[in-house]
Design a protein around this ligand. Structure first.
Ligand SMILES: [Zn+2]
Ligand SMILES: [Zn+2]
Length: 264
C-alpha cells in the first residue's frame, strides 16, 4: 500500500483496489492541489469519488481525460462538485464524441446544481449524466460494493465505504465526528479522512474534523492505515495536523498529495 506517484502505467491489474488522489485541498483550491477528487479503480473499472475545482486538470495529468466509468458525489458543496460541470463540455463536445451518458450517484439536487453551474438551466444535461439519487444503504457500482451513510455536515452529505474482494476503503467526505463515520470506517484497510481544522482553536461545531479527531475516529474504527485529506492549506498547519493525528492513532498515517496512488 505504499503511496506512489507517476508509475501508473507500470501497475498490473490484480484483485486490489487502487486509489489515486486527484485533488485533496480542503474547502477551496490550494497552491499545490485541486479540491477533493479521488479515482478508485478495480477490475479495470474507474469510479471518480467527488470532482472538485481543478480536478479535471489532474484527471488528465495522472489518468486520462476519459478515464472515468462512473462518478459519486458525496455532497453538493462546490469544492466537491464544480469540475463535474466543466466535464459536461468534455463529454458532450469531444471531437470523437459525444460520449454516452455517465452514471452519477449524488444527492438529489445534483442535476439542477450542475446544470446551473454549467450555465444551462433551460434544457437537460441527461445526455451527459445519468443521475442516481443517494440514500443510506449498500449498492453496487461496477465491481465495488458501495455503502453510504449520512455524516455530520450542514448539508446532505454521505460518507462512503467501498469494498472489493475483501478489501475496504472508507472515505469520510466532509464531516464532524459522528457514529455513522465510525460504522463506515470499521476495520477498513485504508481510511481516507478529512482533517480540515486545527486543534486548540474555536472551531464551529458539526462541520469538520481536526487531525486529532481524524486520528481518534481511525483508532475507534480499527482501521489499518489513515490518509489525511481536505486540509485547508492557507489557514492550517500540516505539521500540527500530523502531530495531533499521530498522537491519537498509533498506525501508519500520512497527508495525501495530488498524484499519489495507493494499492489497497
Ligand atoms: Zn469540502
Ligand atoms: Zn462540505
Amino acid at each position: 500500500m505504499q503511496g506512489r506517484c507517476g508509475d501508473y502505467g507500470a501497475w498490473q491489474w490484480d484483485n486490489r483496489m487502487r486509489l489515486t488522489v486527484l485533488g485533496c485541498a480542503g474547502s477551496f483550491p490550494g497552491p499545490d492541489s485541486p479540491c477533493s477528487a479521488y479515482l478508485v479503480e478495480a477490475d479495470g473499472f474507474r469510479l471518480l469519488v467527488d470532482f472538485g475545482s481543478g480536478a479535471l486538470s489532474t484527471l488528465q495529468r495522472y489518468v486520462g481525460l476519459h478515464a472515468v466509468d462512473a462518478i459519486l458525489l458525496t455532497h453538493l458543496h462546490c469544492d466537491h462538485i464544480l469540475d463535474a460541470a466543466s466535464y459536461i463540455v468534455v463529454r458532450r463536445y469531444a471531437p470523437d464524441g459525444p460520449y454516452p451518458a455517465l452514471p452519477v450517484y449524488a444527492p438529489s439536487g445534483a442535476p439542477d446544481r450542475l446544470s446551473a453551474a454549467y450555465g444551462q438551466t433551460d434544457t437537460t444535461i441527461d445526455d451527459v449524466y445519468q443521475f442516481y439519487g443517494l440514500q443510506p444503504g449498500t449498492f453496487p457500482i461496477g465491481p465495488f460494493s458501495v455503502t453510504v451513510d449520512r455524516v455530520n455536515h450542514p448539508i446532505e452529505t454521505y460518507g462512503v465505504r467501498l469494498e472489493h474482494e475483501g478489501r475496504v476503503l472508507c472515505y469520510s467526505s466532509d464531516t464532524a465526528p459522528c457514529e455513522a463515520l465510525l460504522r463506515l470506517a470499521q476495520d477498513a484497510d485504508v481510511f481516507l479522512c478529512e482533517a480540515s481544522y486545527l486543534d486548540g482553536v474555536d472551531n464551529p461545531p458539526d462541520l469538520h474534523l481536526t487531525g486529532r479527531e481524524a486520528g481518534e475516529a481511525a483508532t475507534k474504527a480499527g482501521v489499518g492505515r489513515l490518509l489525511l485529506t481536505h486540509l485547508v492549506v492557507a489557514w492550517g498547519s500540516e505539521a500540527h495536523t500530523l502531530d495531533s493525528a499521530t498522537a491519537a492513532f498509533p498506525g501508519p498515517l500520512e497527508v495525501v498529495r495530488p498524484g499519489a496512488s495507493y494499492d489497497i
